[in-house]
Structure formats: structure tokens, C-alpha cells
Design a protein around this ligand. Sequence first.
Ligand code: NAI
Length: 217
Amino acid sequence: MPGKEISLAVIQRLPRYYRYLGELLENDVVRISSKELSERMNVTASQIRQDLNNFGGFGQQGYGYNVEYLYTEIGKILGLDKRYSLIIIGAGNLGQALANYTDFERRGFYLKGIFDVNPRLEGISIRGVEIQLMDNLADFVKKNKVHIAALTIPKMKAPQTAKEITDMGIKAIWNFAPVDLNLPSDVIVENVHLAESLMRISYTLKDLEASRDSDGN
Ligand code: NAI
């Protein structure tokens, strides 16, 4: 619904809906009720209805949801019907692992360049994309539209490099370096910190172990 504010909490749940619906589609499921979807996703049916009502529902009483339609609509809401070009800055362990991952293309994210400061990496090809030196980046960005830069460089280097690449006109940073970037508000920064996920596991495990100990197990 144009103009309607959708809460960030709902937006953050959409990729999960998208993933489940994608799996249903792969299994040739044509329609699904909010109850069935809720059982699969382990959330309440009312949450599903509320979330999807934000976008005008897409469901019909007594029929449920048309899986393909819902999948396509959520994809559009997430902007996944578009194509984005992605570059990776820092071709070390993580940068190369990301570059080797093919599923991003399926979601519309196309790897267009990989950059590093290390001359020994120059020219190495990962899935057909050659690692270039950082000196080429400004020229590359002038000649090619770059939507997103993944930052997989040491944290000491990340804030300065992030500033330089946003000055070149890149407006979205997928930041893997464990540091806050503090960029202008018109730059999209998505932080991915696996260590923080591990800390959340640690928190829950700690409680679990403590309750086991107190049960004498
Ligand atoms: P790595 O040392 O294997 O790779 C870093 C690469 O960055 C090297 O190839 C190096 O030459 C390059 N580099 C250094 N300064 C640069 C600059 N100014 N511009 C361009 N390239 C530059 O390190 P690794 O393991 O790949 O980690 C990379 C970053 O990702 C680190 O900040 C690390 O803490 C972080 N990391 C984050 C994770 C997460 O969950 N977000 C998980 C693993 C690593």
C-alpha cells in the first residue's frame, strides 16, 4: 500500500517468509493457509495475518495464500525483482568465501568486482571475476554502476575505506568488519557480525547449562 509506514520489525521478518515460500514453490505447493504456514515457520497464524495485512493481505478467506503470488509480491517489497551490482573490498578469507558463494545471483545481487591492496592477489579469478588492486577502484566506480560494497577488510582500515568509497558515490555498505562506520545518514550500512550471533548462542547456552546444573544433571 503506497505511503503506508511498515514497521522495521515486519520488514525484518520478510526475508524469512520469502525463504519459506520459495521452498514451498520448489515443492510445487500452490496455496497455503496462514495456519499451515505458521506451523512450518513456528510463529502464530495471527502474526502471519498481521504481517501480511500490511501489504494488503494477498490472502483470501477459505483459500489461504497463493504461494507464487505471495512470493513474488514479497520479493517486490524487498526489491528482489531488481538487479544490484556488488563489489567486494578485501579478498582475504571472508572476501573470497563470499565471492565463491553463488546464491546471491539468484536473489539479484551480481558480483562485478573484487578489490584488495595486496599485489599478490591481483589477477586471481574467482568465478570469472578478477581481483583488482584498490588503485583501480575509483576508475571502476566511475565506469560501472556499483550499488553495494561488501567490506571484508581489517577493522582498522574499514572506517577510512568506507568513507572513501561513499565519497566515490557508493550508497550501500555490507559491513563485515567488526567496527562502527559512522557514515552520513543517506548511506545504507548493514552490519553482519557472526561473532555477535555466537554471543547470543553463548547467552542462551549459559542459561541452559545453569538450569541443568541446578537440576543436578
Ligand atoms: P584476511 O586477513 O584473510 O583478509 C583481509 C584482506 O583485506 C586481505 O587480503 C588484505 O590484503 C585486504 N586489505 C587490507 N587492507 C585493505 C584495504 N585498505 N583495502 C582493501 N583491501 C585491504 O581477513 P578475513 O578473515 O577475511 O577477515 C576480513 C574482515 O572480516 C576482518 O575485519 C574480520 O574481523 C572480519 N570478519 C567478520 C566476520 C563477520 O561475521 N562479520 C567473520 C570473519 C571475519
